[in-house]
Write a protein that binds this ligand. Structure first.
Ligand code: ZN
Length: 286
């Protein structure tokens, strides 16, 4: 089970890992907490009045396309996007939005899904949300709450039979090491690097690299990830930053997606290369 804040996050964070496990026969359920109603249109070619007029429907259709590309099951929790507040001082969050919900209450639907789907492994964002969007931070909070409560018969007793997932991970999408390696690989191959400016701005930012416990080799699924991303046409500019790095360089320089193991009820020595390490399943050769 991969818990995400908005439609498109499942395609930009851990998507190649998802596609790899689906190809290996694992059932993957993506949980999308909000409808992405307050997202911007980030692709200039889609920034049109007819798109803005139907943005909620369009984002649902985009999610349907990405779901088919990744081969996943997907469920909406039905919360309303909080939007990314901008300005100084920051404006208050809109009434009724996901980030303003009570954590224990908002975790309920996720507890129910965990008890129905019965995942062995759950992925979510770290305590900073991976990046500081209020919905990403809220996604983190309800994931922790649900992971810790789903197996406890005394918590949320009305939401189904207890089920305890065995491992909980945070997506570590960017680390300084990864940016640096990609930057140098691009320059060495004679390409321009979109990462140079990023690296010079790194000063003072925390590097999540040391938190990585688990590197999942999934380079052959990077093209599937990119197809899924492009399916979110309002959110991704196909001529933009994400697609400037040649596939061959990405696959050679950093062939993994990276995670931090934060809860484990099984014995799995670190570092590891498989989210299911230590989990024995009859008939599954792991
Ligand atoms: Zn998001």
């Amino acid at each position: 089970m991969a818990v995400h804040a908005h439609p498109d996050d499942e395609s930009s964070k851990g998507a190649a890992t998802t596609a790899k496990y689906v190809a290996e026969g694992v059932d993957v359920l993506v949980v999308t907490c909000t409808g992405g109603e307050r997202g911007s249109v980030l692709n200039p070619k889609m920034d049109r009045p007819d798109v803005w007029a139907n943005i909620a429907d369009i984002r649902r259709a985009e999610m349907d396309a990405a779901r088919a590309i990744l081969g996943i099951e997907q469920a909406w929790l039905g919360f309303v996007d909080s939007g990314l507040p901008e300005g100084d001082p920051l404006p208050p969050l809109p009434e009724g939005c996901f980030a303003l919900q009570d954590v224990a209450e908002a975790a309920g639907p996720l507890v129910r899904l965990m008890r129905e789907f019965r995942p062995h492994v759950v992925t979510t964002y770290d305590e900073e949300g991976g990046y500081p969007h209020p919905d990403h931070i809220m996604t983190h909070k309800i994931s922790i709450e649900a992971f810790d409560a789903a197996g406890d018969a005394e918590r949320y007793p009305e939401l189904g039979e207890p089920w305890q997932p065995l491992k909980l991970y945070y997506d570590i999408v960017f680390s300084k090491g990864k940016i640096l390696v990609l930057h140098e690989a691009l320059l060495a191959a004679g390409f321009e690097s979109p990462y140079g400016e990023w690296l010079t701005r790194w000063e003072g930012r925390t590097d999540k690299g040391p938190r990585i416990t688990t590197r999942v080799g999934c380079a052959e699924y990077f093209p599937v990830r990119d197809d899924a991303l492009r399916a979110h046409a309002t959110q991704i500019d196909p001529d933009g930053f994400w697609f400037q790095v040649p596939m061959e360089v990405q696959q050679r320089a950093w062939p993994t997606e990276d995670f931090q193991l934060v809860r484990s009820l099984v014995d799995s020595p670190l570092p590891e290369s498989d989210l299911f390490a230590g989990i024995a399943e009859p008939g599954v050769p792991r």
